[in-house]
Write a protein that binds this ligand. Structure first.
Ligand code: SF4
Length: 415
């Protein structure tokens, strides 16, 4: 057996015993370990942290309040420049409310609300919006504004991250999505999104969120022509920050999710290096396993079926993932660059159950904090879940009821 293989075996044995691995050991595994050995070790880590054979999922809707943005990320096809009134929008409360009501009718427990970096909207716009949603729909959890949006709001309003986040929390914000992480290494960020938040600030905003007790997740996108050291730098920084937040505040990121960059219709697709962007499914699975092994202080890892497809998402459940993400009722950012999502649930709960069970696990509906809302031990229970046709019917009935209610309200106002 080669010297390298002996080293790999020693490192993987430590993982199976619950031990931590170093940056150099992670790099060695990334480069040389057999893919299935990595899967086995990642699964060992997964069961050390989540011993039950459950795979969780969330019913939620992604909502965008605006797509105006001044940040020009090279991998984005979602945004419109200020002045582009054909593509650009700022959604009204009425439009957002309708989307939330549709989501509630489909059984959603959370909205994930994000937008572009609008040059003019003041802090009051965001606090008014979150406060209105919280007052009007008190049962829905509100996760909104990734660290880059918080930094932008802070810049526009001239207030600190702490003030901005405290004000949003006071009106009902429950947590921050980990979006905008991409590769958290400034060498890569300066190349693909030079105007967007840099690494120290991304973690700085999240630190304040942890201090305030807001729920957070961490994301990572691979395939920007980054080197292995950039990926390992991202993972190392994330683990260090998590150690620090847990020690100081007793809470930190509750999950990690990675996916491969989607570049369709983006400036990256038109660059001379277009063929070199992106990553294969095998690379995604290797990365997922390494992340699960290395991030021993993050409780949950989600599979990314919207970018990888359901089958690879299912395989990822054997590479250390204990969560299948969400139904994704509407997603407009990654799908604008080629992912598989749309205005209806991209995957209905019944299909999520089927994928999870076929992989050998028990499906569990969760909330944002990963608390279990319903454990579906019995496969017969899946029959009672709404099909896509049921969901469409329910959404149409909801829309009709809403239109009727609005008509009555208008008549009352006229009178
Ligand atoms: S990724 Fe976000 S910040 Fe970057 S251009 Fe798109 S909307 Fe703007």
């Amino acid at each position: 057996m080669s010297e390298i293989q002996q080293q790999i075996d020693r490192i993987l044995a430590r993982v199976h015993d619950g031990g931590r691995i170093t940056y150099d050991e992670g790099t060695l595994l990334y480069k040389h370990a057999d893919l299935l050995d990595l899967a086995e070790a990642a699964n060992a880590r997964r069961f050390q942290l989540n011993p039950q054979p459950f795979v969780t999922y969330l019913v939620d809707r992604n909502i965008n309040y605006t797509n105006y943005c001044i940040t020009d990320c090279q991998f984005c096809n979602f945004y419109a420049l200020p002045g582009d009134n054909k593509k650009g929008y700022v959604n009204s409360k009425e439009t957002l409310g309708k989307k939330i009501e549709e989501a509630l009718a489909l059984g959603a427990t959370r909205i994930l609300m994000q937008g572009g970096h609008h040059p003019d909207l003041p802090l009051e716009y965001y606090t008014d919006l979150v406060g209105w949603i919280h007052q009007t729909y008190p049962t829905i959890e509100i996760n909104a504004f990734s660290p880059s949006e918080i930094q932008h709001i802070s810049n526009v309003s001239g207030q600190s991250w702490h003030s901005v986040l405290s004000a949003l929390k006071a009106v009902g914000l429950q947590g921050l999505p980990g979006g905008g992480g991409e590769i958290l290494d400034d060498e890569v960020r300066k190349r693909v999104s030079p105007k967007k938040i840099m690494t120290n600030d991304w973690f700085g905003v999240m630190k304040v969120a942890h201090e305030l007790g807001l729920t957070t997740t961490a994301t990572m996108v691979i395939g920007f022509r980054e080197e292995l050291r950039h990926r390992m730098n991202h993972l190392q920084r994330l683990r260090d920050e998590q150690d620090d937040s847990l020690a100081r505040f007793g809470s930190g990121f509750n999950a990690f999710i990675s996916w491969t960059v989607q570049i369709e219709n983006t400036p990256l697709a038109r660059s001379r290096f277009a063929q070199e962007y992106g990553a294969t499914s095998t690379e995604y699975l290797r990365h997922t396993a390494i992340a699960r092994i290395f991030l021993d202080n993050l409780p949950h890892i989600s599979a990314s079926w919207p970018t990888q497809g359901a089958k690879v998402g299912q395989v990822a459940l054997h590479f250390g993932c204990d969560d299948f993400g969400s139904t994704m009722i509407e997603e407009n950012v990654v799908s604008a660059a080629g992912a598989i999502t749309g205005a209806m649930p991209a995957m209905e709960p019944r299909e999520i159950h089927r994928q999870i069970r076929a992989a050998g696990f028990i499906p569990v509906q969760r909330n944002t904090d990963y608390q279990h809302l319903c454990v579906y031990e019995d496969p017969a229970a899946d029959e009672a879940l709404p099909s896509l046709a049921d969901i469409r019917e329910r959404a149409a009935a909801q829309a009709k009821a809403l239109a009727a209610a609005q008509k009555i309200a208008n008549v009352t106002l006229l009178n």
